[in-house]
Ligand binder design. Structure first.
Ligand code: GRF
Length: 206
C-alpha cells in the first residue's frame, strides 16, 4: 500500500471519493495524510471522520510561495509520503516541489485537457459552445495543467446548462476518475482510463 497524501483547499468531495474507493480496496493507497491550506476546509472534517491525520499549512502565513512550498514538502517527508493527490487544491506549487514529486503527484482539472487550461473552465466551455466537456486527472509537472494524462471523464454540455449545472455534472465524473487514476498510480489495477457520464448520448441532447 503506497502512503498517499491528499492536498485540499475546500469541500473535499474528491477527497471523499478517494476515501470511499480506498475503503473499498480499489486504490492500492494508504491515505496517510490530508493537508489543507485553509483552516475552514470541510475536507478536514471528512479526513478526521475517516481517521486520517490532518495538517493545516496556511499559505497566508508565508511571505513567499517558496516558503509555503517548502513547508508542504517538509510535511510530506515527515509523514513518509510516497504519492500526492491534489484534490481541489487551489495553490500553484513551484518547480522545486513539482520537479521533486514528478511522477508521484497528480491533480484533477475540471476540463478535457489540453482544452481549457487554467481557471473558470466551465464558463469558458459554455462560451466556446463545446458539446462535450469533462475532467482530467494528470501528473503534475512544472507546466500548469500540462502533465501526462492518466484518466479523463466526459460529460455532455446540455442546451440549458449554466456554470453550476455543468460543474455539478463534471464533478460526478471527477469522483469516478480520481480513484481510477490513483489505482493506476499505485499499480493496483489496470483501471479504465475513460469514464463516460450516463447522460452522454450520441445526438440525443437532453
Ligand atoms: C473541483 O471542481 C475540482 O475540479 C477543482 O476543485 C473543485 C472542488 O473540488 N480542482 P473538491 O470538492 O474540493 O474536491
Amino acid at each position: 500500500m503506497r502512503r498517499t497524501a491528499v492536498l485540499i483547499s475546500g469541500n473535499g468531495s474528491n477527497l471523499q471519493a478517494l476515501i470511499d474507493a480506498t475503503t473499498r480496496g480499489e486504490t492500492g493507497a494508504d491515505l496517510s495524510l490530508v493537508i489543507a491550506n485553509k483552516t475552514d476546509a470541510f475536507g478536514l472534517v471528512r479526513a478526521s471522520r475517516a481517521g486520517i491525520p490532518t495538517k493545516v499549512i496556511d499559505h497566508k502565513r508565508y511571505a513567499h510561495r517558496a516558503q509555503f512550498d517548502q513547508a508542504i514538502d517538509a510535511m510530506l517527508q515527515e509523514f513518509d509520503i510516497e504519492l500526492v493527490c491534489l484534490a481541489g487544491f487551489m495553490r500553484i506549487l513551484g518547480d522545486a516541489v513539482t520537479d521533486r514529486w514528478q511522477g508521484r503527484m497528480v491533480n484533477v482539472h475540471p476540463s478535457l485537457l489540453p482544452s481549457f487550461k487554467g481557471m473558470n473552465t466551465h464558463e469558458r466551455a459554455l462560451a466556446a459552445g463545446v458539446r462535450i466537456h469533462g475532467c482530467t486527472v494528470h501528473q503534475v509537472t512544472a507546466e500548469l495543467d500540462d502533465g501526462p494524462i492518466l484518466v479523463q471523464g466526459a460529460v455532455p454540455v446540455l442546451d440549458n446548462d449554466d456554470v453550476a449545472s455543468l460543474a455539478a455534472r463534471v464533478l460526478e465524473v471527477e469522483h469516478q476518475c480520481y480513484p481510477l487514476a490513483l489505482a493506476h498510480l499505485t499499480g493496483r489495477s489496470i483501471a479504465p482510463r475513460l469514464v463516460l457520464h450516463p447522460d452522454l448520448h450520441t445526438g440525443q441532447g437532453e
